[in-house]
Design a protein around this ligand. Structure first.
Ligand code: SF4
Ligand code: SF4
Length: 312
C-alpha cells in the first residue's frame, strides 16, 4: 500500500494544487516573535484581529491537540491582465486575486477532500483545514515546508509559479515525513522595494500597512479616508495592488496561467470603470459580484477608492 504522503501528493495534484509539502507540527516561536515585533511597531495599522490568539499562532498543537504534521498547499491563480488600454482616471485596476470566484469557496472544499483521505487512511486521525485563517501563520509555514520563501515584499514566492498562489493548510494528527524548508532566493534584488509607489516596504520582508495601497483599498474600514499622501500615489489601483509582484523577476520568468477557469476575470474585467462604481447601487453590487472575492469587500469601500482615484 502507498504511504500517506504519496496518496496526498497524488490527490492534491488531481485536485489542481500546484504544490504540496509537509513539516513537523512544532512551535513557531521565532516566526511569531517577528510577527509580534511587526505588530508592536504599529505596521499592522488597524488590523487588530492579527493580535488575537497568539498562543495558537505560535503553536498549532493548541489548535489541534496531538497534531504531528502541517501540510501546506499552493494553488496557482495567475492569468494575464487585459487592461493596458484602460485610461487612468477612468478605470481602476483590480488585484489579480480578486478577478474570479471567491477562492475560499474553491480551496476549502479541496482541503476537506484531502482531510477525508487522511481519515480514510487512518480513521483514528483528526485534521483541521485553514485558508486565510488568522489562526495559522500560513506564510511562515509555507517557508518551513519549502513551498517557497518570503520575498522582500513579504509574499511567498515559489520557484516554479512565482508568487501568484493561494495557500491552504491542513494540520493533522498523522505523522507524515517532513520536507526541507525553502531557501531565500531574493539575493541582492530590491526591485519590489524600489518600485513600490508609496515606499511601503520599509525593510526587507517588512511592509508598513499604513503606507500600503493594498491595505488602504481592501482592509481599511470603508469610513476611513485614504490619507492624501497615499491617495496621490494610488497608481490606478482600485482594489488591492499588485505592483510589487508584477515587477518581481520570479513572476516575470515563472508565472504560468492557471488551469482553473473559475479564477479567470469575471466578465473579462481586470479593471472597473470608475463612474460605474460611483453610481452603483447596493443591489447592483450584490448582483454583479455575487460569489466573487470582491464581494467580501463593501460597496462603500470600492466607492471610497473610486472617489480617491478620480481625483488622483
Ligand atoms: S502592495 Fe503596492 S503599496 Fe503595498 S507594498 Fe506592494 S507595491 Fe507597495
Ligand atoms: S522583486 Fe526581487 S527582492 Fe522583491 S521579492 Fe522579487 S526577487 Fe525578492
Amino acid at each position: 500500500m502507498d504511504n500517506l504522503k504519496e496518496i496526498l501528493s497524488r490527490k492534491a495534484l488531481d485536485l489542481g494544487f500546484a504544490k504540496v509539502r509537509v513539516a513537523e507540527a512544532s512551535t513557531m516561536s521565532k516566526e511569531y516573535g517577528r510577527l509580534k515585533d511587526w505588530l508592536d511597531s504599529g505596521y499592522s495599522a488597524d488590523m487588530d484581529w492579527m493580535r488575537r490568539s497568539p498562543e495558537k499562532r505560535e503553536d498549532v498543537r493548541r489548535l489541534l491537540p496531538g497534531a504531528k504534521s502541517v501540510i501546506v498547499l499552493a494553488y496557482n491563480y495567475f492569468s494575464e491582465r487585459n487592461d493596458d488600454n484602460a485610461q487612468p482616471g477612468e478605470y481602476g485596476k483590480l488585484s489579480g486575486y480578486g478577478w474570479g470566484d471567491d477562492y475560499h469557496g474553491i480551496i476549502i472544499p479541496k482541503l476537506r477532500q484531502l482531510a477525508s483521505a487522511i481519515k480514510e487512511f487512518n480513521p483514528g486521525s483528526e485534521s483541521r483545514c485553514f485558508n486565510d485563517s488568522g489562526l495559522v501563520m500560513e506564510k511562515q509555514w509555507a517557508e518551513r515546508v519549502g513551498i517557497g520563501w518570503q520575498g522582500k515584499h513579504s509574499i511567498i514566492i515559489t520557484r516554479d509559479y512565482g508568487s501568484w498562489i493561494f495557500l491552504g493548510v491542513i494540520v493533522t494528527t498523522e505523522y507524515i515525513e517532513p520536507d526541507e524548508p525553502a531557501v531565500d532566493r531574493c539575493a541582492g534584488c530590491t526591485i519590489c522595494m524600489d518600485k513600490c509607489p508609496t515606499q511601503a516596504i520599509v525593510k526587507p520582508k517588512i511592509v508598513d500597512a499604513n503606507k500600503c495601497i493594498a491595505y488602504w483599498t481592501i482592509e481599511a474600514r470603508a469610513e476611513s479616508e485614504i490619507p492624501d499622501e497615499i491617495s496621490r500615489k494610488l497608481s490606478g489601483c482600485l482594489f488591492g495592488c499588485d505592483i510589487c509582484q508584477q515587477v518581481c523577476p520570479w513572476n516575470i520568468n515563472y508565472q504560468k496561467p492557471t488551469n482553473d477557469t473559475r479564477l479567470l476575470p469575471r466578465h473579462g474585467e481586470t479593471s472597473l470603470n470608475l463612474n460605474s462604481v460611483l453610481s452603483m447601487t447596493q443591489e447592483e453590487f450584490s448582483e454583479r459580484f455575487r460569489g466573487s472575492t470582491i464581494k467580501r469587500s463593501k460597496l462603500a469601500t470600492l466607492q471610497r477608492n473610486a472617489k480617491a482615484l478620480s481625483c488622483e
